[in-house]
Design a protein around this ligand. Structure first.
Ligand SMILES: Cc1ncc(COP(=O)(O)O)c(C=O)c1O
Length: 404
């Protein structure tokens, strides 16, 4: 048999065309800048462990002990009982009633993927926010669901306009994604907005996906994070959270989903999700033993983290609102800010410019699918104050040098 070489390109599936990965637009440029030996100021990485935040020792000890105790085999598909019980306790503290199922996944990311895959037939959609966290459009592209976006309203502290949301619903719409506290805007939604969303889902028979991974990162006194599911025990809600953000263990890949709402109505859907959970066997076993100590043990690190983030947020907002051509709605939670730019060119050119000339790495708002015609960039304010101050001085110089 003659040997052959395969010369033709191996094309990726067309369904991936809607997968957005904003940072990719900048990766090549960032590599070039790094090669010149200049140090990049990274205001783009949403991983607290890259900065001065550390996984609480009691969680590390619990994982280590689980390994020493021999919990190194497959775990139950829905998760180890101890962790599930602790999540049930957390659901109760968050006033979520009518809980029908709880399961542990490889981060919120896997939970989102399994839950959307179990809901949508090809061509059906769920409403997703714009700007968005790109995981959702990536999963929807994979399951061949068209993007159906509702806008977050900058004039209203980045809360969604529920009337506009309602106008986007079609007979093929199955659910609504609500990210609260929000990435990339840092908004924490009011009770009134959340109630209006619940009411809409109730009237139109939709499932709500409430991504609450930043629930404990609240930076303003007097602002309360309300779990959406607590407002509507009669509406099907899947609440996502996990150990990645307030519990400072993103590399462990532990997330969970709490399914609440009407038992009979949810039954076939939950059975579908469980089928997929069984098909992928289980998620990381030893790390699941850190869930109980995380949720029920000392919470000092959360207070400490929020203190640092508050100072970094204040520095960020003060800079943005005192710099010509920049303005910013103050984020009430998370570690993200989404300032607006008032410049003639587009925001990708701006972020490429500040990367090349000032070595500051931020992500352009158009990469998050914000409202067409607007210009933004996303800041991750996890770095030290000195790093942030240096980056902001560089961006202010860039704006002064390039725009009259
Ligand atoms: C809104 C949102 N949801 C989910 C995730 C992913 O979480 P996990 O690490 O649990 O997969 C992130 C990570 O940045 C996020 O910002």
């Amino acid at each position: 048999m003659p040997t052959t070489t395969q010369a033709r390109e191996i094309l990726a599936a067309l369904r991936l065309e809607n997968v957005r990965y904003a940072i990719r637009d900048l990766a090549v440029l960032a590599d070039e800048v790094a090669k010149t030996g200049k140090k990049i100021l990274p205001l783009n990485i949403g991983d607290p462990l890259k900065f001065d935040f550390a996984t609480p020792p009691h969680m590390i000890e619990a994982t280590h002990k689980a390994m020493r105790d021999g919990h190194n085999g497959y775990a139950p598909s829905l998760g180890v009982d101890e962790g599930i019980q602790a999540i049930a306790g957390e659901a109760e503290r968050r006033r979520i009633r009518n809980v029908q199922s709880i399961f542990v996944t490889a981060g919120v990311s896997e939970g989102v993927e399994l839950c959307l895959t179990s809901l949508c037939n090809t061509g059906e959609d769920v409403l997703t926010p714009a700007p968005e966290y790109p995981l959702y459009s990536a999963v929807l592209a994979k399951i061949e669901s068209p993007i159906n976006a509702y806008y977050l309203d900058e004039e209203k502290n980045w809360e969604p306009n529920v009337e506009e949301m309602a106008s986007k619903i079609t007979p093929r719409t199955r659910g609504i994604v609500v990210i609260n506290p929000n990435n990339p805007t840092g908004a924490v939604y009011s009770r009134q907005t959340l109630e209006a969303i619940c009411d809409l889902a109730r009237r139109r028979n939709l499932v709500i996906f409430a991504d609450e991974i930043y629930d404990k990162l609240i930076l303003d006194d007097g602002v309360e994070h309300i779990s959406l599911a607590s407002l509507a025990p009669d509406v099907p809600v899947i609440t996502f959270s996990g150990l990645s953000k307030p519990y400072l263990a993103p590399g462990w890949r532990i997330g969970w989903a709490i399914c609440s709402g009407p038992k009979d109505a949810l039954k076939p859907y939950i059975e579908g999700v469980h089928k997929l959970l069984r098909a992928r066997l289980c998620c990381n076993a030893p790390m699941q033993y850190a869930i109980k100590p995380a949720l029920e043990g000392p919470q000092d690190h959360v207070k400490e983290m929020n203190g640092k983030l508050r100072r970094r947020r204040d520095l960020t907002v003060k800079w943005a609102n005192s710099t010509p051509r920049v303005s910013c709605v103050s984020p009430k939670g998370t570690f993200y800010a989404f300032p607006k730019l008032d410049i003639p060119g587009d925001d990708l050119d701006f972020v490429k410019g500040v990367l090349t000339e000032k070595q500051v790495l931020v992500v352009h708002g158009s990469g998050f699918g914000h409202k067409p015609g607007t210009k933004h960039f996303r800041i991750v304010f996890l770095p030290y104050e000195q790093t942030l101050a240096k980056a902001y001085a560089g961006m202010a110089d860039y704006l002064r040098e390039h725009y009259k």
